[in-house]
Design a protein around this ligand. Structure first.
Ligand code: FRU
Length: 494
């Protein structure tokens, strides 16, 4: 199929139910399909939106283009959950069907106001000359999940920005509602975070751009969000086109974070506690993560596992991407920690204990029925080798994790998989570890997705991988004798 602009922006009502069913069937039957992660029912999924707690349930929406693995006209699809693990898909929530969102209901957030959930999102509109006009829109969701859009936008493009002005996060602070938006400054064409506020949702005050680190963040900042983690304000955002001197990254676009001492939205001041920008995820595929503080103050985050402008193997099956597991954020001893939410343990069954010394060069640890499991592994200090995941019997094809706990290095390597993709952006991702210390790994595997939490969530490496489903061998190869301990569990479907 040739994806012309005309086709990508065709109204949803013009597609037949039969076509949609065919696409749903195709996605459901893919050998690469995820079984305990949020995935598109059909077509393409991108950013998580409106992650929130409302009416005794967790809610998340995702950016969806249901008719193919392309970035067509976007909508929001809604899911809800009792435990942040089992998600029920409620279906299409915000359709791009008004003059203020005709070319896409783009990313945004949710905030409870009285007994309703207020959804704030960017309406992407193109005029007849294909000029973009972003609108910041609102909609109410009631306790029965009925959504009613506001008739008029909350506000339109800022006079200070180009048409790249989107992805509002709405936050209530004291008696005001603040919207934090991704923006491109008109004068300099540099990426900024714009701050607006209101008390009545009619009059909006422009607080200017957030003063954060004195850095050039590239030409655009997408998906900014502010979350409080153990009393530290943390800014999570996607600086597009940022120089590698300012952030060491390899993906086409990074998802970064900055920890602060203090934030004053009124005066658009963020005081960093650390002068360094960090990668939120050290793997290949995380972007547009969204975090929020639950009513109990805890900070939760969910990420898009996918990147803009990168072709993925499932494109050929007309579906693409997924969301990560929900990660709880904490801050300890100067580190932002990310861990899968505790309720994830409800998916575990068939526990296997791993313990021993590697003797020969190769030690087979585990061979699950399918690539749908969790493994926790502690590898001894001062050791060196490779952990193979999703391997064939000869370990010729596998997802590899090279470790060196002497010099302190961990390298995730996608170069030996059956299907190679995104080669242009490198086949390995390497992080440093504390030297001469044991290494703790918690790894979640879901068919074509691997999430690796290192040393209690100090670093995370997320990667899509595409291997034959029968390749499930988990083995350790080490040069010398080394001690390992751990556990594995099969995981239920969500
Ligand atoms: C990030 C992004 C957002 C935009 C959305 C459109 O991936 O480009 O800036 O709102 O996706 O789907």
């Amino acid at each position: 199929m040739q994806w012309t602009d005309e086709l990508r922006y065709l109204p949803y009502s013009k597609w037949s139910a039969a076509k949609l069913l065919e696409l749903q069937h195709q996605a459901a039957n893919s050998k690469y399909q995820l079984k305990y992660h949020i995935r598109p029912i059909s077509g393409l999924l991108n950013d998580p939106n409106g992650f929130s707690y409302f009416n005794d349930k967790w809610h998340v929406f995702y950016q969806a283009y249901p008719f193919g693995a392309v970035h067509g006209v976007k909508s929001w699809v809604h899911l809800q959950s009792d435990d942040l693990v089992h998600w029920e898909n409620i279906g299409l929530a915000i359709e791009p069907d008004t003059i203020y969102d005709s070319h896409g209901a783009y990313s945004g957030s949710a905030c409870q106001i009285d007994d309703k959930l207020f959804l704030m999102y960017t309406g992407n509109v193109r005029d007849k000359d294909w000029v973009r006009h972003p609108y910041q829109n609102g909609a109410w969701m009631d306790k029965d999940n009925n959504i009613t859009k506001l008739k008029e936008p909350l506000f339109a493009q800022s006079e200070h920005t180009t048409d790249h002005f989107r992805d509002p996060q709405l936050l209530k602070i004291a008696d005001r509602y603040f919207a934090i938006l991704g923006a491109q400054d008109k004068e300099t064409t540099r990426g900024k975070i714009a701050i607006f506020s209101t008390t009545d949702f009619k009059n909006w005050q422009d607080h200017g751009y957030l003063d954060m680190l004195d850095l050039d963040f590239g030409y655009m900042i997408e998906c900014p969000n502010l979350v409080f983690v153990d009393d530290h304000p943390v800014l999570i955002f996607c600086p597009q086109g940022i120089a590698k001197e300012n952030l060491d990254y390899q993906n086409i676009y990074p998802n970064a974070y900055l920890v602060g001492k203090n934030i004053d939205l009124e005066n658009a001041q963020f005081t960093p506690s650390d002068s360094k920008l960090h990668n939120l995820d050290e793997g290949f595929d995380v972007y547009a993560s969204q975090a929020f503080n639950a009513p109990d103050g805890k900070a939760y985050m969910i990420s898009w596992v996918g990147l803009p402008e990168i072709a993925y193997p499932t494109d050929a099956e007309n579906w693409a991407h997924c969301l990560s597991v929900v990660k709880e954020l904490t801050y300890q001893d100067g580190h932002l920690l990310q861990k899968p939410v505790k309720t994830m343990t409800s998916l575990r069954h068939n526990e296997t204990t791993l313990q021993g010394m590697t003797e020969a060069k190769r030690t087979d640890l585990y061979k699950p029925k399918q690539n749908q499991y969790e493994i926790q592994l502690t590898l001894a200090a001062d050791s060196n080798g490779t952990l193979h995941l999703a391997g064939d019997d000869q370990l010729e094809h596998s997802l590899q994790l090279h470790f060196d706990t002497k010099d302190g290095k961990l390298c995730l390597d996608r170069s030996k998989l059956d299907l190679i993709f995104a080669e242009e952006w490198g086949m390995t991702r390497t992080i440093t570890l504390p030297k001469h210390q044991e290494l703790q790994l918690q790894i979640l595997i879901d068919h074509s997705l691997c999430e690796i939490f290192v040393n209690g969530g100090q670093k995370v490496l997320t990667a899509r991988f595409f291997n034959k489903p029968k390749n499930t061998q988990v083995s350790l190869i080490s040069e010398a004798k080394m001690r390992y301990t751990g556990k594995c569990w099969e995981l239920f479907n969500m």
